[in-house]
Design a protein around this ligand. Structure first.
Ligand code: DC
Length: 233
């Protein structure tokens, strides 16, 4: 079962639903380019933390906005892992952007209108020729409202927190269930209530609740969706 060459697939949804795992699997299965839009907001957040633009009691939005033109965010495929990794001004930050500190500040950074405008511009430039799968919060509503396939992912918050815990522990990081769970609920709240491009389900998106689904079942679900939409292309 093939997809049109210029296909754009948008996967939006709540934090830690397995959007990136699913999007990567789709990219591998259909030979598409994967664009992790959350990684881009995380990279901006890492930059803001490192430069003391944001911290527990302060956030200098004007300074961050002024620095935006200097930020270079790219994805490069790493040969050993066959994975796209995130680069910030030439430095591989794939590990650094995944820690809990970045996760605690990313919702504030991604609520800034100018930050969003820059990320959306980059995402459109990366994806506009098609053959791409993107995951995030506003891909099907703002970045590519014309996407051929829009999926809205959700899962039980306790299951999401358990998955996130397992991920952190596997990386050898300290993790506390309550902290992880609270961070996730707070990010959901901020992502859905912010003024700029809040997380909402596009009217033409198909909901995937993967609380009790294995990766294989999710791929079967997706293949059925492709068949239904494109028939025997
Ligand atoms: O998908 P993620 O958890 O890596 O995303 C990190 C944060 O970035 C998330 O809390 C909200 C924000 N984000 C966003 O506002 N818009 C996107 N398209 C992707 C992520």
């Amino acid at each position: 079962m093939a997809l049109p060459r210029d296909v754009i697939i948008a996967i939006d949804g709540y934090s830690s639903c397995g959007k990136s795992t699913f999007a990567r699997a789709i990219a591998r299965r259909y030979q598409l380019i994967y664009i992790d839009t959350g990684a881009m907001y995380r990279a901006v957040t890492l930059f803001a933390l490192r430069n003391n633009i944001i911290g527990t009691n302060h956030f200098n939005r004007e300074l961050l906005i002024a620095q935006l033109p200097q930020l270079k965010i790219e994805f490069k495929k790493i040969q050993q892992s066959e994975k796209e990794e995130t680069y910030l001004n030439g430095e591989n930050v794939e590990q650094a952007i995944r820690d809990l500190q970045v996760a605690s500040f990313v919702s504030q950074v991604s609520a800034v209108k100018e930050v969003r405008a820059k990320m959306v511009e980059l995402q459109r430039a990366m994806g506009n020729t098609g053959g791409v799968v993107l995951d995030g919060r506003d891909v099907g509503t703002v970045v590519f409202p014309q996407a051929h396939i829009k999926i809205f992912m959700t899962a039980d918050p306790v299951i999401r927190a358990q998955r996130r815990m397992a991920e952190l522990l596997a990386k050898g990081e300290q993790a506390n269930f309550e902290e992880v769970y609270n961070n996730l609920i707070e990010r959901d709240r901020l992502d859905t209530t912010r003024e700029e491009s809040p997380l909402i389900q596009a009217p033409d998106a198909i909901v995937l609740n993967n609380s009790y689904m294995t990766p294989e079942q999710q791929m079967e679900w997706f293949e059925a969706l492709v068949k239904n939409k494109f028939g025997d292309l």
